[in-house]
Design a protein around this ligand. Structure first.
Ligand SMILES: Nc1ncnc2c1ncn2[C@@H]1O[C@H](COP(=O)(O)OP(=O)(O)OP(=O)(O)O)[C@@H](O)[C@H]1O
Length: 909
């Protein structure tokens, strides 16, 4: 090749310098390729190739065992630098293999494996590269040859024509370009070779670091081994020492066991001895225990006996205690029973019941001091004056019942109800409220307002109750309930002919009461804004007929709301109020006198002293059941009034009226009625005889008779005349919506009004009186109520008896003692007198006067009027209410103009 280059160089010498330099380059390139190809692809042929077997041991030797100096020598050898890659890699692989074999540690092994793997890879790549380069080199050689051929051909041609030279030059130029390209490729390959060399260096560095690591690991391992060995020796020494110790301990223990065995042996011996001692002791004590057990058994037995006795005792105590508890529990029952029995005794004795009610302080009076100190459950009441000190400041009273300030209207009525209901059994009942002004009489009797049922007072509740019960009993007893309301104002007595209103429903009752309330005289005083200035009497007449036996019963209920007593200095009354107060006080002191007389069982009871006592006469003196509500104002300023009221009430509670009797008319009455009918026939016969005699006398006397008639009026008795006059009065008052007292009856018993008549008339009168007395006595003998039956059979006689009944709305029956009878008649007389006097009879009735039946012939009157009979007042029904209101409002207006002085009545007198 060199020769070829030289040939080419010589051939090209002198042609031109460009060709020369080109040729040079081609030659250099060819040399380079040669060197390359020789170095890489044929190491064995390389003359400078290092024979590895020359310098390092073959497989039977070891790089590992080589000393460091030898290794550095090898590294310094220039032959290594020129050695083939394959040889070097073989060296690396050998070293690694050796390292792996020599070291046991895992990590160097793995690293070595990795290194080996990498080396294989490098080797493959290097081989591949070498192959490529060899191919390239052979390709280049073939190309070069072709080029040489071409160059020669071209040189040959150059010799030819210039043109050809030019062409060749062009071709040469092309070749130069190609050459430049090839040089570039060569540069690239060179760079690649450099890169590979660098990689190789890197790998070598890695290998050296790994070697270092391996060295370190080995060192550590060796250190560890040394440490372990020293530790092992220490442990062995320690164990040996411990074994020695344990052997010592074992020897000690053996010694101790021996000692313990000796000790336990001796102890066992001692215990054995003790056991024997105890056994003896036990044996000696068992006997004593047996004795004790026996003693305990007997004590136990004693205890059981004691216990049994104790239980029996307890049981006995329990029984007795139970009895006591029962007795204690029944205490209140017994108390109630006692109270009931006491009431029954009172009933039998006919005592006036007294209920005391204390009103609460009114709104605005809360700061006032109370006089009520104690209210007992059994009617005890203690009052005290908190303003006075001392031991006698407390006063105790006892009544049938005391209602405290918190008592409701319903509570009050509940305790009154049985009394009221007895009216339906034919008893006469009177309930009146007494107390100083403003103490709550109207509140108890009427209630503060009718708007709510809770406020209803005794009156409404009583009427409602009676009405309801009468309705519920209507299948067995047919009841007629009539109501009458009168008012006594300024000592003026009620109208005798006040009509009765038949109650058909509760609504009727309410309407009637409202009318009554509207008409009541009230006025404002310092003690009560709405002070009642009159005594109000609500009378309920009940007539019941037993539908089976035909027994008829009559009962009257009088509900009286008295005007309040008052100290005029406190009530600050003047003018009309003062006059009213005087009348009220006068009537109430008269009531006190009557009560005093009754309590003393005095033979004379001064009923006549006031119209009020006349009104209450039959309730206080008859055989009625009477209840008084004593109303108290708790205010300390009313202390003196309270005490005097309570004293009065105490006196009232001591009044014995006698056992009340039911007004039943049974078979006996009917028999008597027949007797009366017989008497009536006899009287008729006598009358007929008298008439005939009178006729005969008239015929005989002629002129004289006519003059007598002119002077003395028609041939009638003075009584008849009296009746006629009375009827005339009645008619007059009837026209003026008022009525007047028929004084007929007064001539029967008294002589104050007997007129001077003929002797004949006197005889006649005497005769009639005798007949009446006979019939009356007969009636009284059997049953006092028979008089009513008699009266019912003699319609004409009604007028005369009506007089008494109407005069005295509270009259239930005739008095049974002469004094009382005389009182009644006297009172009637007084009334009769008063009709002509300044004290006119006030007509406070709210009932319109019902027209009286036309007077019968004088003849008939003259006979039938000989016997009295009760009034047959026409009963109004619900449909009459408008008329009632009309009448009532008229009366009301008359009061407004001149209260208490009925002008109508006055004008009629
Ligand atoms: N139990 C009570 N509970 C609440 N307020 C009552 C009670 N009793 C009375 N009052 C009130 O006391 C005031 C006086 O009562 P009431 O008019 O009934 O007395 P009175 O005795 O009838 O008086 P007078 O004799 O002057 O007519 C009224 O305002 C009434 O509402």
């Amino acid at each position: 090749m060199n020769s070829l280059h030289e040939v080419h160089a010589s051939e090209n010498e002198g042609s031109d310098c460009t060709d020369e330099s080109l040729r040079k380059e081609v030659t250099e390139l060819g040399n380079h390729f040669k060197i390359q190809s020789e170095g890489l692809s044929a190491p064995s042929n390389n003359p400078v190739e290092i024979k590895v077997s020359d310098s390092v041991p073959e497989k039977n030797g070891s790089y590992y065992d080589l000393p460091a100096t030898k290794l550095s020598e090898l590294m310094k050898l220039s032959s290594l630098q020129t050695a083939s890659t394959h040889s070097l890699l073989n060296v690396v692989r050998t070293i690694l293999d050796e390292n792996i074999e020599k070291t046991n540690a895992d990590i160097p092994m793995r690293v070595a494996s990795l290194l080996k793997f990498t080396m294989q890879e490098i080797e493959q790549r290097v081989c591949k590269q070498s192959e490529n380069m060899r191919k390239q080199s052979s390709l280049n050689r073939s190309r070069e040859e072709r080029y040489q051929l071409k160059i020669r051909a071209l040189e040959t041609l150059t010799v030819g024509t210039t043109e050809e030279n030019k062409i060749i030059m062009n071709q040469l130029q092309q070749m130069k370009t190609k050459k430049a390209r090839l040089e570039e490729e060569k540069t690239l390959e060179h760079q690649e070779a450099l890169r590979l060399l660098r990689e190789k260096e890197n790998y070598e560095m890695q290998i050296s670091s790994m070697e270092q690591e391996l060295g370190l690991t080995k060192k550590t391992y060796e250190d560890n081994v040394v440490q372990l060995k020293s530790r092992n020796q220490e442990t062995i020494a320690e164990l040996e020492r411990k074994i020695m110790e344990l052997e010592c301990l074992l020897a000690d223990s053996m010694k101790k066991v021996k000692e313990l065995e000796d000790f336990s042996e001796s102890k066992y011996m001692r215990l054995k001895k003790k056991e024997l001692g105890y056994k003896h002791f036990m044996d000696s004590h068992i006997d004593s225990i047996q004795d004790l057990r026996r003693a305990s058994e007997s004590i136990k037995q004693d205890m059981l006996n004691t216990k049994r006795l104790y239980v029996e005792e307890l049981f006995h105590f329990e029984f007795e205690l139970k009895g006591l508890v029962d007795a204690a529990q029944n205490y209140h029952v017994v108390l109630d029973e006692n109270r009931r029995l006491y009431n029954e005794v009172q009933d039998l004795k006919g005592n006036i019941r007294v209920y005391c009610r204390i009103r609460p302080f009114l709104p605005g009076q809360s700061k006032k001091q109370t006089t009520i100190d104690y209210i007992g459950e059994n009617g005890e009441l203690v009052v005290a004056n908190p303003l006075k000190q001392g031991k006698d400041t407390h006063r105790m009273f006892k009544f049938n019942k005391v209602f405290g300030p918190a008592t409701t209207q319903e509570d009050v009525f509940r305790d009154t109800q049985p009394l009221i209901r007895s009216v339906l059994d034919g008893y006469n009942v009177c309930i009146f409220a007494y107390g100083q002004t403003g103490s709550g009489k109207t509140y108890t009797m009427t209630g503060p307002s009718l708007s709510s049922v809770e406020n209803w007072g005794v009156n409404y509740r009583a009427l409602n109750d009676l009405f309801n019960i009468s309705q519920s009993r209507k299948s067995s007893i047919a009841y007629e309930v009539g109501v009458q309301m009168v008012e006594v104002y300024n000592e003026q007595v009620p109208v005798p002919d006040a009509s009765m209103y038949e109650v058909k429903s509760t609504a009727d009752v309410l309407e009637l009461m409202n009318i009554g309330l509207m008409n009541r005289a009230i006025g404002a005083t310092a003690l009560n804004e709405r002070s009642s200035r009159s005594h109000s009497v609500l009378t309920v007449h009940v007539r019941g007929t037993d539908l089976e036996t035909n027994v008829v019963l009559h009962g009257n209920l009088h509900l009286v709301d008295l005007a309040g007593s008052e100290r005029v200095d406190r009530s600050e009354a003047t003018g009309d109020r003062l006059r009213e107060a005087q009348h009220i006080n006068k009537s109430l002191s008269a009531l006190g006198d009557v009560i005093f007389a009754l309590a003393q069982k005095s033979p004379h009871v001064p009923y006549r002293n006031s119209k009020l006592t006349q009104l209450l006469q039959s309730s206080l003196g008859g055989q009625a059941k009477t209840l008084m509500f004593v109303q108290l104002n708790p205010d300390v300023e009313s202390y003196s009034e309270t005490v005097s009221t309570l004293k009065f009430a105490e006196r009232v509670s001591g009044v014995e009226l006698g056992a009340a009797r039911s007004n039943k008319e049974g078979r006996g009455v009917r028999e008597l009625t027949e007797q009366v009918a017989f008497l009536k026939d006899a009287i008729s016969q006598k009358d007929e005889e008298i008439r005939q005699l009178r006729q005969l006398k008239t015929n005989l006397n002629g002129e004289k008779r006519i003059s007598d008639l002119t002077r003395n009026g028609p041939p009638s008795s003075p009584r008849r005349h009296s009746l006629g006059a009375a009827r005339q009065l009645r008619r007059t008052s009837s026209e003026q919506s008022s009525s007047i007292v028929d004084v007929d009856n007064t001539s029967d018993y008294g002589d104050k009004h007997s007129e001077a008549g003929s002797q004949q008339s006197r005889d006649e009168l005497k005769h009639h009186k005798e007949l009446y007395r006979l019939s009356q006595l007969a009636v009284i003998d059997v049953d006092r109520n028979v008089s009513k039956e008699i009266e019912s059979r003699f319609p004409v006689a009604d007028q005369s008896v009506n007089l008494n009944d109407d005069m005295d709305p509270l009259r239930f029956e005739d008095g049974d003692d002469d004094e009382r009878l005389s009182d009644i008649s006297d009172s009637v007389l007084s009334l009769g007198t008063e009709t002509d006097g300044s004290n006119s009879i006030a007509e406070h009735t709210m009932f319109p006067e019902t027209p009286k039946p036309p007077p019968e012939s004088s003849e008939k009157h003259s006979v039938s009027s000989k016997l009295p009979r009760p009034s047959r007042k026409p009963l109004l029904t619900g449909s009459s209410l408008p008329a009632l209101k009309k009448s009532s409002s008229r009366v009301s207006s008359s009061k407004k103009t001149n209260i208490g002085n009925s002008s109508a009545v006055r004008s009629g007198k």
